[in-house]
Write a protein that binds this ligand. Structure first.
Ligand SMILES: [Zn+2]
Length: 257
């Protein structure tokens, strides 16, 4: 429908009777509900949420969602089982609520717009923000890139701080990577499979502990020039061959120059 036709259609809405408004409202809610369910149907779970087996088979439907049965453990699940979104009601309002959050609306405004209680909105926001954290890759292959970043350690809510309180984020007491920072390792392969890890410490032992079960032995691990990768660049430690992309880039630049 082009913009002119859409504007004409909107103007005609003014002539609807109260009962026709009610019918239109019900129809739109049903359409929104189907949109959420269609999204869930289009992304069936790859693994059983109970035993992580990949032997899932369709097993009818329940509460409007497709159901699957695991051939290994015999338990049933739907696309939301084991996720932060399990057991949440009013699926037909999820997309509208999500868009309101993306638009940066205050929680009570989003709740009013979606016609849900403010406590429901608070619960939904917590659950929706938890959901991306569960999307961690379990296996990465081919060319895999790893990089570290550092976040200031937050002690929000603690009564006795081991350091002076910071205001509005602030800065650490030491420059660079000190005890005020939490190291986070992000790993991604060329298919887009991504995983991130909060490390206790950025050293070979802790990095190896998270990389080895994740990366395919045939993969090529590309890193920057961080000293942690230079300590033991053998596949036995990282689970893959290591390639220092900073060194490669420098070498390439030298060749070009
Ligand atoms: Zn199972």
């Amino acid at each position: 429908m082009n913009q002119q036709a859409f504007s004409d259609w909107l103007r005609k809405l003014e002539s609807l009777s109260p009962s026709q408004w009610q019918q239109l409202h019900s129809h739109l809610e049903r359409t929104q509900s189907r949109a959420t369910d269609r999204l869930l149907e289009a992304h069936p779970p790859a693994y059983c949420p109970h035993c992580h087996s990949s032997t899932l088979r369709p097993w009818g439907s329940s509460h409007g969602l497709p159901r699957y049965r695991c051939q290994r453990c015999g338990r049933t699940s739907n696309p939301l089982t084991g996720t932060p979104l399990a057991h949440l009601r009013k699926r037909h309002r999820w997309l509208e609520f999500t868009q309101a959050l993306i638009d940066g609306q205050a929680l009570r405004h989003a709740a009013a717009q979606c016609r849900i209680d403010k406590n429901t909105a608070l619960l939904w926001r917590h659950r929706f923000l938890q959901a991306p954290a569960t999307h961690q890759a379990l296996h990465e292959q081919g060319i895999v890139e790893a990089d570290e970043t550092f976040f200031l350690k937050s002690l929000k809510g603690q009564r006795h701080l081991p350091r002076p309180a910071r205001r509005r984020g602030g800065v650490g007491r030491t420059r660079g990577t000190g005890q005020d920072h939490v190291p986070v390792l992000v790993v991604r392969d060329r298919s887009g499979a991504t995983a991130d890890f909060i490390l206790e410490k950025l050293d070979a032992t802790h990095v190896s502990k998270v990389l080895k079960p994740l990366i395919d032995p045939e993969a090529v691990l590309c890193t920057d020039g961080a000293a942690v990768y230079a300590t033991e660049p053998q596949p036995s430690l990282w689970g893959a061959r290591v390639r220092n992309t900073t060194a490669t880039a420098t070498a390439t630049a030298r060749n070009v120059i």
